[in-house]
Unconditional design. Sequence first.
Length: 177
Amino acid sequence: MKEHKNPLSQISSVTTLSLAVAAAFIFSYLEALFPFPLPFPGMKLGLANLVIVILLYKKGLASCIIVALLKNLLMALTFGNLFLFVYSMSGGLFSILFMWIMKHQTGFRILSVSAVGGIAHNLGQFLIASAMFGINTLLGYAPILYFSGMITGYLIGIISYECERRLFLPQPLTKSH
């Protein structure tokens, strides 16, 4: 006999994911409209990753992938750029996968997990760009991507931690499930 889920629980899950997609999209959209004056082209703080980090600790891997996919699809449709979708998804999936692995290792806190996510995001995008343009063309940019990913990922980790601390979320982000 198949067990049925509580309809209110299903509605709550869909609502949570919908709000997460909306928040991630708004953060990405704002970053596209008002880019931070960062020293290297294409470099962003990645505010949408704040949503992903919090979601990773609250809902898990599948929810993060769904939100990343929908947010990136919305961004591609809004800005009419399939290239943007491929870059964003490659970075997003690498980031989510590496953060999920780090989260399940003992001793790693949200700041480290998020920093690794920033590095992995840039690695995923670097691999796609290297496949398209050749690795020799982009090799000099690799150290910049590494350090910028680490710094922005760490900043997102701090913001995620502070959101959890100040908003009194029911389950602390600092503990693994």
